[in-house]
Design a binder for this molecule. Sequence first.
Ligand SMILES: Cc1ncc(COP(=O)(O)O)c(C=O)c1O
Ligand SMILES: [Zn+2]
Length: 396
Amino acid sequence: MKRPFLACTRCEKEFPLERAHPRCPDCNEPLEVVYPRLKKSAIPPGGTLLERYQAFFPFASIHPEISLGEGNTPLLESSATASELGVRKLYFKIETQNPTWSFKDRGTVAGLEQALSSGFRKIGTVSTGNMAASVAAYGARARMDTYVLVSSDLPEEKIGPIAIYHPHLVLVEGDYGGLYFKSLEIGERFGISFINSDVPFRVEGSKTIAYEICEQLKFKPPDYVVVPVSAGGNIRGILKGFEEFYGVGLIDRMPKMVVSQASGCSPITTAFEEGRDTVERVPDPHTIAHAIENPFPPSGNQVLRKLKECGGTAVKVTDEEILGAQARMAREGIFGQPAAAVPLAAVKKLLAQGYLNPTDSVVCIVTGGGLKYTAALVHHHFDVKKVGIDKIEEAL
Ligand SMILES: Cc1ncc(COP(=O)(O)O)c(C=O)c1O
Ligand SMILES: [Zn+2]
């Protein structure tokens, strides 16, 4: 019986699951986990994220003690915004309710489980914020030696929420894009499992977003799933999740994926619009949505390949549109960071362009919480009154 293995997303060359390096030595493209014998399985109602979906992972056993309660996030239907925008059904998948307030915890717990089962005692990551906090938190929980490499210009506001978990935190000067590849080399030399943005098991973790959406919609998937994309690991995982449930017959049709990026850093959308097969480095990235400001996404080419194979589209939105979407979500009680508002801004644009129709159902992935980046709030206008205690009635 053939066991799960890793395969290159481009040339399909196969590697053992235990291989530490996450990319193909020939193509330098990302590897991913392939399951030759996945089958339809009952999903138990309780347990940790990995326990519930163990049948869709290669882990012989699960360490529930490393869980911080990730996943199982709400899928909120928003009829008010749906009718305002003119779409049949609109849902928000609220990833801000994960233990470190972003979807990253799903991939971190899967990456950590794999690191443990491969005998690693050290984990690490390269990140600008959310993934750093997530890996630091799970590393602390699992009592692992944890190494977090961040860019030296990371704002002070973002350092404390990583440092609080006491990882080995290193601010690195130099090319941030190159740091991803450098960390993989360091990892091989020092026995550190780097759970970076698009490594195979982080992608495996992200697929549980799709699994949950399927369950929450009673196995009737939406027409479109809109994802804010940076490195490309998360959207790859979400698509893989739908493909796996489709493959085993748990759903009978596939949703289309929408890549949403900020116009100040949109390497994948630009390549898609220009009909190119590969991404080009963005020379001067700048957007309010810092969490998706990767100028040279390591999974960019694979995301383009999958869009070509499965349909879907890619769109870019301006910072103004992102802030507008952030405000609109807040009017529904949902506070996402700017990157997490990019999907809603994209939905509005795609409706205006006629790509989305009034009969469609759409899920937006709200990838990270608004409190992660309060500096963005200065761009909003708030009507706040200040009055003396005797003037409250008048003010109201
Ligand atoms: C809030 C938020 N949204 C979206 C993304 C993009 O995910 P990915 O890098 O997997 O494409 C990230 C991560 O970098 C993020 O932190
Ligand atoms: Zn290859």
